[in-house]
Design a binder for this molecule. Structure first.
Ligand code: SF4
Length: 310
């Protein structure tokens, strides 16, 4: 009898906890759609201050005003609220880990109603809009373990259509080497960068297969703006690519200006000696991503935003 009572009570408790976590993640997704992370805000301010071109300065002013109004009016800061993508790092001891797929789906569905987020999820082949921003494998979730931890860390990213357009990847022919990586990244920027509402955050993934490179290029977009790869050579290449892409002078919204990018981030894995795959993903000036660390008792730390209670 006592055992039954404990089980029922435990289930109820877990259900309450799942409901609480769903609400927290929905609230955070809603908030991200209206407020840029502090590092993006700061970088936009720096880039605006570096502009000498009058039109570019005016566009940066408009971006700043856009963000102020989004906060004031409690509305998403861009009409394209993107498709939600999630990077989840889950500790062994996190109590709700088995329920996370369901919790993520429900959180996105709730944020779609409350924010509201634009209905952006269309079932491929059926071409039917689900109306909830959830669907087959959507939200897309990248899972990773958090060894020796009982926490959950979640990056929530609103991947806009425009900023997803430059996404490209290629496996280079042996011998093309790192020069081939530079050529590829610059080709993508010259051809498609202007479509993605600059200044861009450029994520470059380098790995041993196209799928690894592609994943790494998206992971690169989750790093704080202008953080560096721990490998010195990779960090140098980040700086060199940033200088080279800035020399295109795309300017804010691609209308011309001093700079083109907020930064370039490279993520890499070890590779087969004869294979070097490279992929590019971009974030736009309205780079809406947020990271939260949730402890087992559902207390939390926001790593990208402040001034919001989940
Ligand atoms: S690229 Fe970004 S800022 Fe431009 S329309 Fe898409 S989501 Fe909005």
């Amino acid at each position: 009898m006592a055992t039954t009572t404990r089980t029922t009570s435990g289930r109820t408790d877990m259900t309450d906890q799942a409901t609480r976590l769903t609400r927290m993640l929905a609230r955070f997704t809603d908030h991200i759609s209206k407020h840029l992370p502090w590092d993006v805000e700061q970088r936009l301010t720096e880039l605006a201050a570096a502009e000498t071109d009058q039109r570019a300065r005016m566009i940066y002013d408009t971006m700043r005003r856009n963000q102020e109004l989004a906060a004031e009016l409690d509305r998403p800061s861009c009409q394209d609220t993107g498709l939600v993508q999630i990077m989840a790092r889950v500790g062994d001891g996190f109590p709700l880990r088995d329920r996370l797929p369901q919790i993520f789906r429900q959180a996105v569905g709730t944020a779609t109603r409350t924010a509201p987020l634009r209905h952006n999820t269309v079932e491929t082949f059926d071409e039917v809009n689900t109306g909830t921003n959830t669907g087959t494998d959507s939200p897309w979730v990248y899972w990773a373990p958090l060894p020796g931890s009982a926490d959950l860390e979640v990056d929530i990213y609103l991947a806009g259509g425009g900023c997803s357009l430059p996404g490209q990847g290629r496996t280079l022919m042996p011998g093309e080497g790192y020069e081939g990586v530079v050529d590829f990244v610059l080709d993508v920027m010259v051809s498609y960068g202007v479509n993605a509402c600059p200044p861009l955050l450029v994520g470059v993934g380098i790995g041993s297969s196209i799928d690894a490179a592609s994943y790494l290029s998206k992971r690169a977009l989750m790093r704080p703006v202008r953080s560096h790869n721990p490998n010195e050579r990779a960090a140098r290449l980040e700086d060199e690519l940033e200088t080279a892409i800035n020399a295109l002078h795309l300017g804010p919204q691609g209308m011309g200006g001093e700079n083109s990018v907020m930064g370039v981030h490279i993520e890499n894995s070890a590779r087969h000696p004869s294979v070097l795959s490279v992929a590019v993903n971009t974030g736009c000036w309205s780079h809406r991503r947020g990271t939260v660390r949730v402890h087992p008792d559902l207390s939390y730390e926001l790593l990208t935003h402040e001034g919001v209670e989940l």
